[in-house]
Design a protein around this ligand. Structure first.
Ligand code: X8Z
Ligand code: ZN
Length: 589
């Protein structure tokens, strides 16, 4: 039997008891951290709340360290037979950020808070005036103002102005902090037995060949991206004329309808392959039907419940925040929160009444559904099968929702006739969201892995960023960038210490999930070539709901390949489903 620190041995039954006690106590400790973190995210710049968060994170680390020293440090996974004990110990043998000394952990928490505060409170002067006072009430925020200008404006110079101002209002102000952050994170990595933070982050995916597998997935999807990119580049000439140089195989990053060029959906109307046909404009329809944020959340919840899944209603009522408050600054980047007590789940979002946010709502609700499904797991297992799974749930649902046949069913589209033109246009809309995203989803962490490992030195951080953006996304900055800038910092997840490769994985995985749920719902048959995958809507399918929940309720109690097997019948992440889904579009592009 395994030994614990006083030299005594411990039986399997005793270890089960110890783990039970740990899991119960951990849920209380984590609850306190999440509550403190919520308070900071919903009241940006409040020093008292920031101090409280630092304190709670410190307390939580103390708790983790104590249990580690007492029980897990010397316990051998292999001396237990029970699979659950083994796997819990496997996770508990990693200290995470609790590997840092208390003083350094405080520093890490404060550094991340400072960087997110820069991001969350950044504003820029309107294009029409270009200079204004720091407290000018007309200053623009990212959400909703700048985001809306990127969606609507086709003025090359206005977009360039906003792009530059946003990048200059965020990155440079956190560049020094980010250097501290990288140092501390590498200490965390080492404290957990890895060479650096990059190796530590990749380990969460429980795949020894993770990076090779990621690269292989990208190589499979790349021809699809290249076709879309090339198509778009030519279409942009009609909008921006000779500002687009067709000899340059890159696209200026500020012209794709989104600050980071990560979704191109806002260019749908002007660039769709077939001119006439049904106009899918969910935004207009929601406005016409007087949708508010609550109604949008209800629409999403109805879909989940139609599959026989439990209601997510607690997550957008009560203490949740679903519209932007006017009396204080909040972190507007949408997120879903698990408070580890099995009933308090919340969404924080500055909802705008448009199609983009309707999809974001489905995405966040996917996280909530996952939290609910695994709420009865031991605290250590209350996580996604891997981080990519968590990001994929809501996007899988959204694939079914965005199907125009579904939009008709729920009254967000007046009519839809199946025709080649209409179907291809609808597929194109999805590609602008999901295919355009892929290289961006990949490169953020490629950059961070290189920054953590030291493969790129601090004085080349920004040029390396642009090297990767060119290489993967094939976009270029609207103006020359220097090392005074820190352009990765203009994207939320970088200051927020939130890894990003999970979104790349999820954008591949969600098509496998979708396909499996479609088969389960009797909406798709791989042997019948007459009904394409994209035509499927698993609305109201209890069978699909059951299949999904069977996978989700495992949390991280089993290796992700087992959850994948339950949900799709496969044991490896594959790009086959995404390629199949978009194949008809590719032929047209
Ligand atoms: O950050 C998010 C979600 C919250 S987990 C809104 N997403 C990524 C992003 O916005 O950059 C969803 C898609 C990619
Ligand atoms: Zn998410």
């Amino acid at each position: 039997s395994p030994k614990i620190d006083d030299g005594s041995t411990i039986s399997e039954a005793d270890m089960t008891k110890i783990l039970n006690e740990y899991n119960t106590k951990a849920s209380v400790v984590f609850n306190r951290v999440e509550l403190a973190s919520w308070d900071v995210a919903t009241d940006v710049g409040n020093k008292e709340k920031e101090e409280k968060l630092t304190k709670e994170v410190g307390e939580s680390a103390k708790f983790i360290r104590e249990w580690f020293d007492k029980y897990w440090k010397d316990a051998q996974e292999s001396s237990f037979n029970d699979e659950s004990i083994k796997r819990q110990l496997h996770f508990l043998k990693q200290l995470g950020t609790a590997a840092l000394s208390p003083a350094k952990l405080d520093l890490l928490t404060n550094t991340i808070t400072d960087m997110t505060t820069v991001y969350n409170s950044a504003t820029v002067c309107p294009y029409t005036v270009q200079t204004c006072a720091d407290d000018d009430p007309n200053r623009l925020t990212l959400d909703p103002h700048i985001t809306a200008r990127f969606a609507e404006s086709r003025d090359y110079d206005e977009l360039k102005y906003l792009w530059v101002k946003w990048h200059d209002a965020t990155g440079p102000k956190m560049r020094a902090s980010y250097q501290d952050y990288v140092g501390l994170m590498n200490e965390v990595g080492k404290g957990n037995g890895f060479k650096n933070a990059a190796e530590y982050w990749k380990d969460a995916f429980e795949d020894p060949q993770f990076e090779e597998h990621v690269d292989a997935l990208w190589l499979k999807a790349k021809p699809l991206y290249d076709d879309l990119h090339n198509y778009m580049r030519h279409k942009l000439v009609a909008i921006y004329g000779d500002k687009i140089d067709l000899n340059d195989e890159n696209i200026p990053a500020h012209l794709l309808g989104n600050m980071w060029a990560q979704s191109w959906k806002n260019l749908y109307k002007e660039t769709k392959p077939f001119k006439g046909g049904v106009i899918i404009d969910v935004t207009e329809k929601m406005k016409e039907l007087k949708y508010d944020a609550f109604k949008m959340f209800e629409t999403s919840n109805d879909f989940y419940m139609s599959m026989g899944l439990p209601s997510n209603k607690m997550s957008y009522t009560g203490k949740s925040v679903i519209t932007k408050p006017t009396n204080r600054t909040i972190q507007c980047h949408a997120s879903a929160w698990d408070f580890y007590d099995g009933k308090d789940f919340r969404i924080k979002m500055c909802t705008n009444i448009n199609q983009e946010d309707l999809i974001v709502i489905h995405h966040e609700m996917g996280h909530i559904q996952y939290f609910i499904q695994y709420k009865d797991q031991p605290t250590v297992f209350r996580a996604g099968a891997n981080p990519g799974f968590h990001e994929a749930v809501g996007d899988t649902i959204a694939l079914s929702v965005a199907n125009p046949r579904h939009l008709v069913k729920i009254g967000l589209l007046d009519e839809y006739t199946t025709s080649k033109e209409n179907d291809i246009n609808a597929l194109y809309m999805e590609a602008l969201g999901r295919v355009a995203f892929l290289p961006f989803g990949l490169l953020i962490d490629k950059w961070r892995w290189d920054a953590f490992s030291g493969k790129v030195s601090v004085n080349n951080w920004n040029s390396h960023w642009w090297k990767l953006r060119k290489q993967y996304q094939k976009v270029t900055p609207p103006v020359e960038r220097s090392e005074n800038a820190f352009d990765p910092g203009a994207k939320f997840h970088v200051p927020a210490d939130s890894q990003y490769i999970s979104y790349f994985i999820s954008h591949i995985l969600e098509f496998s999930f979708y396909k499996a749920l479609c088969i389960e719902a009797g909406q798709y048959d791989p042997k019948n070539p007459n009904v394409p995958l994209y035509a499927c809507d698993f609305y109201k399918s209890k069978e699909a709901g059951k299949r999904l929940s069977d996978g989700l309720k495992l949390g991280s109690s089993k290796h992700w390949s087992e959850a994948l097997k339950i949900m799709t019948g496969e044991t490896e992440v594959s790009a086959d489903a995404i390629l199949e889904y978009f194949q008809p579009l590719r032929e047209v592009l």
